[in-house]
Design a protein around this ligand. Structure first.
Ligand code: BMP
Length: 234
């Protein structure tokens, strides 16, 4: 998936659902009923490992026209192993995946990016994380991660809604990139706050997946986006 295909989903909404646990109403029902409001679905490793490749592949193939699908494998390994992982991501039918930025380019992210391009997968690099401990080590390197990954033409980043200064930094340093931002809802950031700081999409997990009335949650989120002018009226 390329940048413009990804952005075509932004017309619908800036919302990506993070699925790490089985949604309270079941994944099929959730995706069936959320298709008019949600742009993308990010499957986490716990969900992928628990359900297996075949199940993920069949979910993605059923909803492939309704959402883009991100494999949140947080890849942080040598190029050879990265390449094996990316083949599996492609087999499952994903459009995009997430790799860590701290592993550096040579024989790691350079190979990962080459492979992603060859398989038409969009690469998001983690530039900073949302939890407090990220400040201890990882987030000290955000600037270098952006500088280095721009050398290999990375166009997608993950940056925290809980610490919007990193979203702003990416915007300043890499204005044409697509930032997806977790931390909204369960981790405390307000709906719309990451978008207001320059993210293209917000990632929301537990606030939706753990709810018995997730479609109402989603509608509330969408109405906040609408009230802030972040989404066009239906
Ligand atoms: P929740 O809304 O339930 O907190 O989920 C957030 C999602 O974003 C999880 O899938 C998590 O793996 C991911 N995420 C995060 O929370 N912080 C980061 O810095 C990077 C992430 O990918």
């Amino acid at each position: 998936m390329n940048v413009s295909e990804l952005l075509s989903f932004r017309e619908k909404s800036p919302l990506i659902i993070a699925v790490d646990v089985e949604p309270a109403i079941g994944i099929n029902e959730l995706l069936e009923r959320a298709r008019n409001y949600v742009a993308g679905v990010k499957f986490g490793l716990p969900y992928i490992l628990k359900n297996g490749l075949d199940t993920i592949r069949s979910i993605i193939s059923r909803f492939r026209n309704d959402y883009f699908f991100i494999a949140d494998i947080k890849l942080a390994d040598i190029g050879f192993v990265g390449s094996l992982m990316i083949d599996l991501v492609k087999k499952m039918g994903f459009d995009a995946f997430i790799a860590h930025g701290f592993i550096g380019l040579r024989n790691a992210l350079d190979k990962i990016k080459e492979k992603a391009d060859a398989l038409d997968l969009f690469l998001f690099v983690v530039a900073a994380m949302s939890h407090p401990g990220a400040e201890e080590i990882l987030n000290k390197s955000t600037r270098e991660i952006i500088v280095k990954t721009r050398e290999i033409n990375v166009r997608g980043y993950v940056a925290p809604a809980t610490m919007p200064r990193y979203i702003q930094l990416i915007r300043e340093m890499s204005g044409d990139s697509i930032i997806i931002s977790p931390g909204v809802g369960a981790q405390g950031a307000e709906v719309g706050s990451a978008i207001a700081n320059g993210a293209r999409f917000e990632i929301i997990g537990r606030k939706i997946t753990l709810s018995r009335t997730p479609i109402e949650e989603i509608r509330d989120v969408i109405s906040i986006y609408r009230s802030k002018g972040m989404i066009r009226d239906a």
